[in-house]
Design a protein around this ligand. Structure first.
Ligand code: SF4
Ligand code: SF4
Length: 283
């Protein structure tokens, strides 16, 4: 079984379009949406949720009003002003340091795990998909990505799948790092701009650091042919594998608006270009 993650140096490069196309092309696979901060693969794959699970992460303090003696010590020690004058703790302001729970003379404060989001196992027209929704203002997206990855891998092993196709997070932060562990190949999608190249190089450095083989795709290459040429030259000089180029085509957006992957939509050159990339990935 091979695990492939599609990532990008920044959002909006077309990463999910490419992932959705791979989901349509790959046989016998599980899909995973690891872009948990801004998940959008579901817009293309329209999953039907079969299992729904809580994602708990981090701690918040809670006051038991029946025990509380209203001494005010907890308010005095909380550096985050998370405790109101009526001894109610705001879970958004609480940093979970637990200082108040240790200082409370009557043990009225307990630490509880936060409900930080949900994760799902769903069915799509292309096969099973594991995905998640992080709660508003919640952190620990790296932990949620690891959970989604683990569940997708287990599901793929159970079903004897050949592929796990992962929509990774953009950038170089914790969610990306979490989506790289144990990966066979990272497909890095970039646009033909100087900042696009800069961002892609940063994420390629991250893949190198974690010993993950990465291959670059230039999306919408024909919007800036000069810059695309510079990126190709840079790849050749720096031994970066350029696996393919995909042209700009407004039918990609049309397909997305209709909730379809480009592979299910009108016949275009874009489809052929993505097919060629997918064929190369199977070698
Ligand atoms: S320290 Fe304990 S008893 Fe005192 S106000 Fe806070 S919760 Fe109540
Ligand atoms: S756990 Fe820390 S941050 Fe949260 S209310 Fe208690 S002292 Fe404040």
């Amino acid at each position: 079984m091979k695990q492939i993650v599609v990532i990008s140096g920044k959002g909006g490069t077309g990463k999910t379009v490419i992932t959705g196309a791979f989901a349509a092309l790959a046989k016998n696979k599980v899909m995973a949406d690891c872009d948990v901060d801004a998940a959008d693969l579901h817009l293309l794959l329209q999953p039907k949720i079969k299992e729904r699970h809580d994602f708990r992460s981090g701690l918040s303090a809670v006051v038991d009003k029946k025990i509380c003696q209203q001494c005010g010590k907890c308010i005095a020690v909380c550096r985050f002003n998370a405790i109101s004058d009526s001894f109610v703790i705001d879970p958004v302001s609480c940093e979970g340091c637990a200082f108040c729970s240790h200082i409370c003379p009557v043990g009225a404060i307990r630490m509880e795990e936060n409900l930080a989001g949900e994760w799902f196992i769903s069915e799509t027209r292309f096969g099973p998909m594991v995905h998640a929704k992080l709660g508003i203002a919640e952190e620990n997206s790296g932990k949620l990505v690891s959970l989604v990855r683990k569940q997708a891998k287990e599901l793929a092993e159970k079903n004897n799948c050949d592929w796990v196709i992962i929509d990774g997070a953009p950038g170089i932060g914790c969610p990306v790092i979490a989506s790289l562990s144990g990966i066979d190949c990272a497909v890095v999608v970039t646009e033909p701009t100087l900042s696009g190249l800069h961002d892609a190089l940063r994420v390629i450095e991250v893949t190198k650091h974690f010993n993950v083989f990465s291959q670059l795709v230039i999306n919408k290459y024909d919007l800036n042919p000069d810059m695309s040429e510079k990126i190709e030259e840079h790849c050749a000089k720096n031994r970066i594998s350029l696996i393919g180029k995909v042209r700009f085509d407004k039918t990609v957006v049309e397909a997305m608006v209709r909730g379809k992957t480009i592979m299910e939509y009108k016949d275009t050159a874009v489809k052929d270009e993505i097919c060629r990339i997918w064929e190369k990935l199977q070698v």
